[in-house]
Design a protein around this ligand. Structure first.
Ligand SMILES: Cc1ncc(C[n+]2csc(CCOP(=O)(O)OP(=O)(O)O)c2C)c(N)n1
Ligand SMILES: [Mg+2]
Length: 337
């Protein structure tokens, strides 16, 4: 339990500056998400996937990553994560609008395939669960080249844990005790399919035993709980002590994507109940209660973020498209120009 003289963030080694920057990232991700939704309704962004509701899970994980050193294999839900690692609202807008300077793919991939060589973010595959094979493979490569003190984090939804490729990734990581941290963002649905029809157990984390690794369940809307678990797991991985499976229990506050109508499979009451547990409001409350942020500063932060997202939207819309003669660049087997 937390005491007044021993606040949780101090015990976890998080500075007030880190907390305020973290809140700003969460708010920036939510504001960007809101804007993307509007743009998609106006036909200005063709496809969007939400990260709303998952921000604490993703920020808690980002805090545990040695940015630009550890490898990260995110999935389409992880916009707040890649923003916490260093992608800006402009980077995200360029990606969503398919522009030439999209850092994730030069305007080639559909939204949600985040990547960055600089930040060591590896583009996920569209086929659900298959990127965990890549996570294990990258870690196996470190083993082969003798690299130490480096970890891989692979993230996915609970639906992905029903896929054969997910099983293969965890099996290889468990057999070789590879430095991989597997993070499940369990939002209780795989698009319209509820957890009871996709996962045969209550806690995804219990599956870890079958792969020879520890499994940990955390409240995914509590950024501190996620960070504590993720840091321990990443430290273990870097120390050569093997993989971990972390399950963050959370909820997405929007439909799966702009092509989904969640009113067909979730009740308004259920969504309202989770809105009351919004991870951003919870983190804001912590900062205010601990005197780390005042209401005026919070208001100013919200204003600045909105202006940044406005500017990013305008800049991305004015940005050039990929050139037609670059169509086959980076394709397997193509001749580079
Ligand atoms: C192999 C495969 N099957 C189905 C799909 C279509 N699909 C895309 S996302 C998704 C839901 C996955 O749910 P979950 O893993 O729980 O992640 P969440 O979207 O809830 O974060 C599905 C079925 C796909 N991309 N790949
Ligand atoms: Mg899910």
């Amino acid at each position: 339990m937390e005491s007044k003289d021993d606040p949780l963030h101090i015990r976890l080694g998080l500075s007030p500056e880190q907390l305020v920057a973290g809140l700003r990232t969460m708010i920036t991700a939510r504001e960007t998400d809101d804007r993307l939704w509007l743009l998609s309704r106006q036909g200005r962004a063709h496809f969007v996937v939400t990260s709303a509701g998952h921000e604490a899970s993703q920020l808690g994980c980002a805090w545990a990553i040695h940015i630009g050193h550890d490898y990260v294999i995110p999935y389409y839900r992880d916009m707040a994560l890649v923003m916490a690692l260093g992608q800006s609202p402009l980077d995200i807008m360029l990606h969503a609008m398919g522009r030439r300077d999209d850092p994730s793919s030069g305007g080639r991939q559909m939204f949600g395939h985040f990547s960055s060589r600089r930040l060591r973010i590896v583009s996920g595959s569209s086929s659900v669960g298959s990127h965990l094979v890549h996570a294990a493979g990258i870690a196996l490569a470190f083993r082969a080249t003798g690299e130490r003190d480096i970890a891989v984090m692979g993230l996915f939804g609970e639906g992905a844990t029903a896929e054969g490729a997910w099983h293969e990734g965890l099996t290889i990581a468990g057999i070789h005790q590879l430095p991989v941290v597997f993070v499940c963002e369990n939002n209780q649905y795989a698009i319209s399919v509820p957890q009871r029809h996709e996962v045969p157990v209550e806690d995804v984390a219990t599956k870890a035993t079958g792969y020879g690794m520890p499994g940990v369940v955390v409240d995914g809307n509590d950024v501190f709980a996620v960070y504590a678990a993720a840091r321990q797991a990443m430290d273990r991985a870097r120390a050569g002590e093997g993989p971990t499976l972390i399950e963050c229990k959370t909820y997405r506050l929007r439909p799966h994507s702009n092509a989904d109508d969640d009113r067909k499979y979730r009740s308004a009451e259920e969504i309202e109940a989770w809105r009351a547990r919004d991870p951003i409001l919870r983190f804001e409350r912590y900062l205010i209660d601990h005197g780390l942020l005042g209401p005026e500063q919070l208001e100013a932060m919200r204003r600045e973020v909105r202006a940044e997202v406005d500017a990013a939207t305008d800049a991305a819309e004015a940005a050039p498209w990929p050139l037609p003669d670059s169509l086959t660049d980076h394709l397997y087997g193509s001749v580079s120009r």
